[in-house]
Design a protein around this ligand. Structure first.
Ligand code: PHE
Length: 421
């Protein structure tokens, strides 16, 4: 995937499951839910136990710095920007005629069946590969999208629901990409009688029916209403998209400060997904949106790492129910370091990115490929990456970064089999 220079070309919503991209337990209704009474408290802390994610299984590729993020429950904190946006979305759905049940405490560990098979994601889809996904063992993984919970809620009989949670993807490193982020999923099934005319229709016959069109129109109207609720009246643009679990599928972009931004993926739920979830008699829509992206725009938060900081200068700025512009409390200077190496044939870029965060943590702000060439005689390829180190709360010294860069050079040689130049 291409590293985008523009802050506002923020990724991490829907593209990972679209055709063009390379890339537990049952949830309980939330305590924040406006629709469920006597709900137990959100159980995020249950998940804040790194040993749940770390083990010796040969397929386990969860590093300790990722295991430490799980269970922070940012989406359930009423005064955290992620929690504030989520509440604002819920507020909108509460004004609609159908009652949406809210889930936000599902186990972030899901099975490959939940995350992929139940959603018709084929075995060879790149999103399943360990270079993109954190596996706990062969059968379980850190969910890569909240769609992993669609089927279980449908199976348990829910018709309209929202589901919010932290999701995990191995990815590039820049101001808008972080391996942990948050999504909010929405699903609506239509009353059977409204869909009676399309009974038993499949494939093209179904997608060209009036009933399917009714669902698409309702989906688009609902989401346009949501965008207006969040951003005020905004320019919007729909395009066709592809997800294995919806057809037709769409993406929505909004115009923000002169740029088109993709904010969500959605579509009419594929009939096979409904069949597998034991709801073959029903039809409906689903969408999934990235909460960080919306929060970065609404609060003008310039760097995705800030959502995870413990710094009071960040947290004291936000209050429940209020969307306010973030005032940067500091901008410390960056330190740039380049690293160049000959790569082995099985080089996986995400392994390298992750290793840098493993060595230096969140002060790794950005990693970009700045040079690449192949030596035809040697038949070898060299890559040169520029790493931007910057702390959000203090100045870095050149010496400390040199030390980190040295550790990284050693580690990539040993663990990735590259030859540092
Ligand atoms: N799960 C998709 C993603 O993460 C988004 C999506 C949800 C698309 C529901 C369609 C329907 O990219």
């Amino acid at each position: 995937m291409k590293v985008s220079l523009s802050l506002l070309a923020i990724a991490q919503t829907a593209e990972a499951w679209s055709a063009s991209s390379s890339r537990g337990t049952f949830g309980r209704p939330s305590a924040l839910s406006s629709t469920v009474e006597d709900a137990p408290p959100a159980s995020a802390e249950t998940y804040a136990d790194p040993s749940r994610y770390l083990n010796d299984h040969p397929s386990n590729n969860v590093p300790p710095h990722i295991a430490a993020l799980v269970g922070r429950g940012l989406h359930t904190r009423p005064d955290h920007p992620i929690g504030i946006v989520r509440a604002k979305i819920q507020e909108y759905f509460a004004t609609l005629p159908h009652e949406y049940v809210v889930y936000d405490a599902e186990d972030p560990i899901v099975t490959t069946t939940q995350c992929f098979d139940d959603l018709r994601i084929p075995p060879d889809h790149p999103g399943r590969s360990p270079s993109d996904t954190y596996y706990v063992n062969d059968e379980t993984l850190l969910r890569t999208h909240t769609s992993a919970h669609q089927s279980e809620h449908l199976r348990s009989g829910a018709d309209c629901f929202l589901c919010a949670g932290d999701v995990y993807r191995r990815d590039e490193i820049d101001s808008s990409h972080y391996p942990a982020f948050h999504q909010l999923e929405g699903v609506r099934l239509f009353p059977e009688e409204e869909m009676a005319g399309a009974d038993g229709l499949k494939g093209e016959e179904w997608t060209s029916s009036d009933e399917c069109a009714t669902i698409s129109v309702d989906l688009k109207n609902t989401l346009e209403g949501l965008m207006d609720h969040l951003f005020g009246e905004t320019e919007k643009k729909w395009s066709e998209d592809y997800f294995p679990f919806t057809t037709p599928s769409f993406e929505l972009e909004i115009k923000y400060e002169g740029e088109w931004l993709e904010v969500l993926g959605c579509g009419v739920i594929h009939e096979e997904v409904l069949q597998m979830a034991d709801r073959p008699d029903r039809r409906g829509w689903a969408f999934g949106l990235g909460l960080e992206r919306l929060a970065m725009i609404l609060f003008e938060i310039p760097d995705i790492r800030l959502f995870w900081t413990d710094d009071e200068r960040f947290h004291s700025q936000f209050k429940e129910g209020q969307i306010t512009k973030f005032k940067p409390y500091s901008k410390f200077p960056p330190v740039y370091k380049d690293i160049a190496f000959w790569i082995p044939e099985d080089f996986v870029e995400n392994d390298f990115f992750e290793m840098a965060r493993g060595v230096a943590g969140d002060i790794v702000e950005r990693m970009e490929l700045i040079d690449e060439f192949t030596n035809p005689k040697k038949g070898k390829t060299s890559k040169c990456y520029r790493i931007t180190y910057r702390s959000m709360d203090r100045s870095l010294t050149n010496e400390e970064i040199d030390a980190l860069q040295d550790s990284l050079r050693e580690k990539v040689e040993v663990d990735l089999g590259v030859e540092v130049r």
